[in-house]
Ligand binder design. Sequence first.
Ligand SMILES: [Zn+2]
Length: 334
Amino acid sequence: MFLSTFKTLVLATYISQASASCGYGTILQPRAENGTVKVNNFGYIGSTGPANWIALDPAANALCSNGKRQSPINMVPGSVSVVPGAELAMTIPDMPEGTEFENLGTTVEVVAKGGNMSFGGVQYSLQQFHFHLPSEHLDNGTSMAMEVHMVWQGAAGQVAVTGFFVDLNDGANGGGAPVAAAGKKRSSLQERRLATRQEQEQQPAEGSNNTKLPELEGAFFHVNAPQSGAMKSSTLLETVLGSVDAIAKPGTVTKTQPLVMSELVQALSSGSFQTYEGSLTTPPCTEGVRWLVSNQKMSIQTSTFLKARSVIGFNSRFPQNVPGQNNILSINSS
Ligand SMILES: [Zn+2]
């Protein structure tokens, strides 16, 4: 109730913003009321890519280059606090009527129709979830096939993101039957190199956003939760991504089939989350975002992944420094 009132108030201020991002549908970037899908003006390659996001709007995007608590990061077990999933008391209602599935140009996003969780004494409501390919956070040095970001907002404008990794599993017979095999971490710690970037036509950034998120208080140390979770095949992701080719063009929207959310909620609640305070992984790279990265990996079939990849392409910001350390881009330019 408060949220809708609040949203109405801030819409007047931020409606002109053109760039939707990981924070789309939150106080940072409210969703357009008329149902149109805004297409992003930042990119992932060349002059519009993450090494140069600051140039798109130097004032609004300053934290992208000089912020010291930026996301994503390499999630190394033992380096961040761990919270048992059940402590979030996450609930997300099923969506028997389906929901909107949008192509924002830089990701594809599912609009939420309710959902609650609590963390650090803050009640959050689910706004949307979207996909990154490959994963933005690294799983102990390894990128995964995809990463899903579930974006939550508190009544006072706090933003939290629950993230989980998605990998490929076609099952024993290639048929994509549910598989309960335990996920095993690969030991490779090779650092990912940034691909050579192709120059892309640069578009001017419209609007700016210096909105600061409220401080989150408290320390979150729960060290008894398991570090390594199982990998579970995801009917939810198969259903959502099954219609991804209907939104192949940026700015388009379709309706999903009925979505059963309980499978995902149960999986995430049965595991644990690594948590740290970071940022949006897209411009304006706003800090103060509470990250909760699940140890529960979900899997999809290779054919589903290929469909998603043909639409999403590449949308992963490079790993940032350990929270608190100088931004790698400010180190390079000094
Ligand atoms: Zn994201």
